[in-house]
Structures are given as C-alpha cells and as structure tokens.
Design a protein around this ligand. Structure first.
Ligand code: SAJ
Length: 416
C-alpha cells in the first residue's frame, strides 16, 4: 500500500514511520523544507523516545522518504496543526487542514482513502472536508473513502501508544469506516472502534476536555487549601484512594497543543451550553498569574532578588514549549516584575537557557520548579550549596522534604 502523510510533526512523523516499518511504502510531506531536509538526512527534528531509531530503520528499509510535494497514493493522511483562531471564542483554525486537503485533491483517484488525524471541531469532516472532496467530482463512500481518525497519543509515549491504544475510526459512511479499519489494522493492536466522523471528532475533544476540567478542579482545590490552610496535596492523595475518585494534579497551568487548545473547539461551536468547559479553561489559564502572585509573596518574605526557574517545557521529559505555562510565568516574572532570573532546562536549547544546573543556582534565593523532568527529581541538597538561600517553590510536587530546604508546594501555599 502506498501512503502519503501530510504534516511531519509530533503526530504525522511517528505515524508515517510506523506505517513504513510495517512494510508500507510511505511518502512524508511537509511544507517546511528544513524539516524535509533533516529527515532526508536521517535526522528527526523532535524529541520523542525511540523515534530516531525508528526513522533510521524506515529509511534503511527504503520504505520512507520525505519531500515537500504531494503525489499519487492509495491513502492520504492529514496530520497538520489546528491552532485556535484569534476570535472571541478561540475557535478551530482549519487553515492548514483545508490547505492540506486542497493539496491532495489533484492526486485523488477512485478507490483512495483520505484520513484526517488532525484534531478538528465537531462536524468539520462532514460539513467542510466532505464538500471539498465532492466538489472535485468524487462521491464519498462510493468512489473514495473519507475518515476522521483522531490521534490520541501521549507525547513521550507516542510509539508505544500508537500501537496499543484503542483507535476511533470515524467514517463518513460505513464503507469509509471499513476502509479506515483495514488501514489502521496494519499496526494497531488496540481495539479499532467503528464510529461516525462527527462522533469521533467530539470524542477526541471530550477526552482532552475531561482532563482539562479535572485539572481545573485540582487547581481550584490547591487554592482552597491555600485559603483554608489545609494540605491540598494530602487531600488529593487520600481522596484518590476512594475507588471511584481520580483527582488530577494541580500545577502551574495547563500547556501543550492539546488540552490548552481543544476545549475551545467545543465551546466555540456551542458557547451557550458549555459554562463548565469555559470556566475550566479560565481557571487553568489563570494559574500562571496565580503562581506569580505566590512567588511575589514568597520573594518579599525572604527578601529575595534572584530566581532560578527549573523547566520551561509544557510538561516533563519533552522538548515542546508550545503553550507552556512556564514561559508565561517567566515572562511575568522577568518583564513585568523585574526579578533577576536564571533559567535551566536540559531539554531545551536556547541562548537564554543556562547550560549547567550548577551555574544556574549561583546566588539564587529561590528555586522555582515549573516542569517535572526526570532530571529534576534527583537534585539533592549538595547541588544547592551555591544558592544564597535554599528555598524551593515546587509547583510539580517532585521535591522531597529535607531539613536543609524551605520547601513550598501547592499543598502548603498558606505557609508562605
Ligand atoms: N497537567 C496538569 N495536571 C495533571 C496532568 C497534566 O497540570 O494532572 C498538565 C501538564 O503539565 C501539561 C498539560 O496538563 O501542561 C497537558 O499534559 P497531558 O500530559 O495531560 O497531555 P498532553 O497534552 O501531552 O496529551 C494529551 C493526551 N490526552 C489525554 O490524556 C486525554 C493525549 O492522549 C492526546 O493524544 C494529546 O493530548 C493530543 O494530542 O490531543
């Protein structure tokens, strides 16, 4: 089978490589020439465990190549970004999806299958993509097949989850779903769930919304703990021992290109019936400002000047800084509050990031933990000797209590 994947980012690239390593002939297409060049030279451009080795295998077998041009194939997979529009409701911007679909239409032939993996607002496949294809003269479900098959893999675990997660196959007709199942059956070991395109779209969005709302509840609980001087982290730990409770973890905010984006795709389509979803977004997106407020209180109390920030990615063990609450916090602390800042993140290479942890803590009054990279979990007191004061504000709950350290977490904010 010949497959063209359009979009070689966090989802499109692993998917393309996976099909190639399962014996399919795959052409990966991206509009960014530097991405294509780097892949042609055998180098992945994103950090994801196992991906480099998988690319090397795919290239060596001759089953994968990258290019900027779409060409004829049996299957077309669209995995391009869908950002929020800058409108009032932050609705789904389909610009890249429409452009990708338009780029493949000239190559369509009878019997082809078009799959959209990009996360899209509910009803997009049927109301927007289907007409584009039918205007080109094809009857979907008869001449060719159209499927929404949302990606649901967790960054950091992509290769494992691509294979073992259950996969929703949302066909525009039953024949479309059947075709989608045959294609993903090539490597997916989880259940292939037959559905419609619209239900598949909403399911994907609700999965991320469920997580966003649950995190908002945890963040609200951290604020309740602060207001009432009760350890909210201890409360969460105990509550989660109840067999039907699973409160998520509070943190400095919700980032990445999924949870901080997708809930708006639902609320913008149904704004009057989504107060809970909108409120959760509001709670999570104001967490950085809340953390900065607490940092200010703490810095005033300890008469501090310099802050060392640990981690700027949107979560631990990834290199992705898109929609990162940590960056928003850095910006607020530096530009607006004028603290001296030193930033350390072993997963990100930028000129404003310290190369050495040891160097980043020199004369620091506060270690502000914003990301739970594994590297930070093993930091011990000896590595903090160069700090002016050994105060740690750990927003990710990864530091152990030690007598030599004054440790503030989201569980004991009231002790500031
Ligand atoms: N976070 C918290 N508290 C938590 C869990 C997460 O504050 O208890 C924060 C993280 O620090 C991060 C953000 O939420 O800033 C999102 O992280 P995440 O690990 O929840 O999710 P993503 O964005 O990396 O991936 C999610 C996943 N969705 C679900 O778990 C329902 C993944 O399976 C999806 O494929 C992905 O979105 C996507 O592409 O949509």
């Amino acid at each position: 089978m010949k497959i063209v994947t359009i979009g070689l980012g966090y989802i499109g690239l692993p998917t393309a490589i996976m099909f190639a390593n399962y014996g399919q002939q795959v052409i990966g297409v991206d509009v960014q020439l530097e991405v294509v060049n780097s892949l042609q030279e055998g180098q992945v451009h994103i950090e994801e465990p196992g991906l480099q080795e998988a690319l090397t295998r795919a290239i060596t077998s001759g089953n994968f190549k990258a290019q900027t041009q779409v060409e004829q194939a049996d299957v077309f997979i669209v995995a391009v970004p869908t950002p929020n529009k800058e409108d009032r409701y932050k609705s789904c911007d389909l610009m890249y999806v429409i452009s990708a679909v338009n780029s493949l239409i000239p190559y369509l032939e009878k019997g082809n299958t078009v799959i959209v993996e990009s996360t899209i607002a509910p009803r997009t496949t049927e109301d927007i993509i289907l007409p584009l294809i039918e205007e080109a003269g094809f009857k979907v479900g008869e001449d060719l097949f159209l499927v929404h098959c949302p990606e649901r893999v967790l960054p950091g675990e992509i290769l494992q989850e691509l294979r073992y997660n259950n996969r929703i196959i949302g066909g525009v007709t039953e024949a479309c779903t059947k075709s989608g199942k045959e294609i993903y059956g090539i490597f997916v070991k989880g259940e292939l769930i037959s559905s419609s395109a619209s239900a598949a779209e909403l399911s994907k969005l609700m999965e991320n919304t469920y997580r966003d709302v649950n995190i908002a509840l945890a963040n609200e609980l951290a604020k309740i703990g602060d207001a009432l001087a009760i350890d909210s982290l201890e409360v969460i730990e105990m509550a989660n021992k109840h067999p039907r409770v699973n409160i998520h973890s509070p943190g400095p905010g919700v980032g990445g290109h999924c949870l901080a984006v997708d809930p708006y795709f639902i609320s913008s389509m149904a704004p009057t019936v989504t107060p809970l979803i909108q409120q959760a977004r509001e709670i999570n997106s104001t967490m950085p400002a809340f953390i900065v407020e607490k940092v200010e209180e703490l810095m005033e109390k300890i008469d501090g000047k310099k802050i060392t920030v640990l981690g700027v990615t949107y979560k631990g063990n990834v290199d992705d800084i898109r929609e990162s609450p940590a960056l928003e916090i850095v910006d607020l602390l530096k530009e607006k509050r004028g603290y001296e800042l030193s930033i350390f993140d072993p997963h990100v290479e930028k000129e404003w990031i310290e190369k050495e942890f040891k160097q980043s803590v020199v004369d620091s009054d506060l270690l502000l933990v914003l990301t739970d990279h594994d590297e930070f979990k093993t930091i011990d007191v000896d590595q903090l000797t160069l700090m002016r004061q050994k105060v740690v504000f750990d927003t990710k709950n990864i530091f152990e209590k030690k007598p030599e350290i004054k440790l503030i977490s989201l569980g004991n904010l009231s002790s500031i």
